[in-house]
Design a protein around this ligand. Sequence first.
Ligand code: SR1
Ligand code: MG
Length: 406
Amino acid sequence: MSRFDRYFLMKENDAAEYVREKTDFFPDGALLSVREIGDGNLNYVFRVKDEKDGASIIVKQAGEALRISADMRVSTDRNRIESEILLLQDKYAPGLVPKVYQYDTVMCACLMEDLSDFTLMRYALMEHRIFPRFACDISTYMVNTLLSTTDAVMEHKAKKALVKSFINPELCEITEDLVLTEPYNDANKRNKVSGGNEAFVEKELYGDKALRLEIAKLKFDFMNNAQALIHGDLHTGSIFVKPGATRVFDPEFAFYGPMGYDIGNVIANLFFAWNNGYAAGAEDFCTWILSTAEEIIDLFKEKFRSAFERQVRDEMAKTEGFSEYYLTAVIADTAAYLGTELIRRTVGMAQVKDITSIADPAKRLWAERVDILCAKDLIMNRSRFNTGKDFTGAFLRAVNNTDPVV
Ligand code: SR1
Ligand code: MG
């Protein structure tokens, strides 16, 4: 009988004991230090380190209540989902996700590789650092993890078994509410609209019926298009970087959904980094952000086409013209979900530090308006977006058409 045979929320000392009991990662008698380093909205992350030789491991545990709001309770099964998808993605995209050593469905905790030599991408971007490999790595990650899990490539019964195993209703509900409902009606009265942008948000979001109809369609597509096993929350706080290397982590929102949701999230979060860099006058950084966004779209398409040709197994999917039809729809979804991410991080409950840390109120209000206008263009005209330049063109149009806030 062990005290870890029944779920409880661990504290730092428990995490050290947990690692000792569950693994032989550290030698007997090692002097372990533990720090809780969780930075996200949901979970607890402990770094357990051998003070003698510096070896370290991460224990990540799902709490029953969310860190961002004690009133919100979400299934702790998310830890299993995250562990299993990381193990799977390590096969599809080796070297681009952290190693999971083991996971435990009682304590809802997993043990994984410590990436302390990496930096969380959002913070690195807020220092206006540049990562020239990023476009190549993230496009490979997305093509490999997304295309490989579709009906075009997988045996269909095996794919359906994955759909079943990664059914993730409670985390999906968070997205359905926070991303695809509340930014357009403040239904649960938890939006956070910046003072000075109330009238703008009222007109551009709450009062725009045509936009609302498109969001309704996108919400139902998100819920019903079991296209690929998506990460589900692929923002720059779910990515670690260091010069020459990228690791995507934290896929607890994973489920079978539209792959454009992942791609759109990545590009939206690059635009937030641009907002931050622009407010600080970091010109070279802003140029790099836009060229990286373009490259990601163009590389995704190029790698998708060649992987599709090599991997496609479904007889009908081999039909001439089908892969282009499929890819065109993915890119339209990308534009639309890029738009929904831009909007929800600007007015919704869960915002991003890239924007909230812009100290000058006029610059922050302007950045938010740019993002909302760009988002609406992307959503309303989604089928017109094709190349990387189309995407950055929409962003620059919004930049040029938005008056300074005085
Ligand atoms: C209640 S959780 C809020 C947000 O944090 C996660 O990272 C997801 O983006 C979610 O929407
Ligand atoms: Mg997260």
